[in-house]
Design a protein around this ligand. Sequence first.
Ligand SMILES: NC(=O)c1ccc[n+]([C@@H]2O[C@H](COP(=O)([O-])OP(=O)(O)OC[C@H]3O[C@@H](n4cnc5c(N)ncnc54)[C@H](OP(=O)(O)O)[C@@H]3O)[C@@H](O)[C@H]2O)c1
Length: 263
Amino acid sequence: MNGPALPRALVTGGSEGIGRAFARRLAAAGYTVTVVARNEVRLNALLDELGPGHHALTADLAAEAGLRRVVHELAVNRFDLLVNNAGTAAPGPFADVPLEAATSVMRLNCDALTTLTHAFLSGARAGDSLVNVSSTLAFAPMPNLSVYSATKAFVTSLSESLWFEQKKRGVYVMGLCPGMTATRSQPHTGEGAPAGLVQTPEQVVTVALAALRRRRRPTVICGKKNALFTAATRALPRRTLLALLGGGRTSSPQACVPNGEPT
Ligand SMILES: NC(=O)c1ccc[n+]([C@@H]2O[C@H](COP(=O)([O-])OP(=O)(O)OC[C@H]3O[C@@H](n4cnc5c(N)ncnc54)[C@H](OP(=O)(O)O)[C@@H]3O)[C@@H](O)[C@H]2O)c1
């Protein structure tokens, strides 16, 4: 006799960092996991680690064909949970960053996330969940990461509206806001990243999974220090906030943190 079907989760950007931690923890919790990323070698290494029964989908979500492949996957297979985690940044003064790099950040962080959110929610049932990985920078316009912080403001705002819309259907939508998290692309080992403020991907996912069990908050901020940071961003006058984030020199757009997320 067959037992009840295992819950299924799809995690974008599941081969590295926060997405990889999601994939491992969800598999350990009994989910059948589908991970999406571009690098097939890293995806297969993860599948080896997760053991049998899990799946990988090689797709570039910033490209139309790759995005279409994942939309199709969401249409033909039922998923109980979607984690929209894949995200990227193009650091540097906005006018110096090639336009294609900036618009590619928007395609992945906003267009792909919105498209997959729509594909998932149109077939979602009561009890299903959607996690959109945003950032504490959703609350802080960040010089030298201007497009990135703007995309994260979009992700948090979208997720909060959808949290309200979907509540009556019993579908839970969460905007997850990690602060500095040590991953391969953003190790946060430089001077601008005091060790006490940098979380591990596992810590971020622990917070997310606890919130997924409670199914209450539209926006989940990872840890007390990050919550303090976001409270400060709301309390401070905008000019003061920008001066602090920009390195205290409002006149120089060069003044900023290196390639990473401040708190
Ligand atoms: N690390 C931080 O400090 C931090 C803080 C706040 C929020 N976040 C957010 O958390 C999320 C994960 O960040 P992370 O630091 O864990 O990232 P990461 O270590 O750089 O991993 C990114 C993942 O996304 C995949 N990916 C990148 N571009 C993709 C594309 N075009 N199509 C499909 N997959 C793609 C990567 O695999 P491939 O390269 O093989 O495609 C990888 O699996 C992002 O949304 C980020 O903005 C991170």
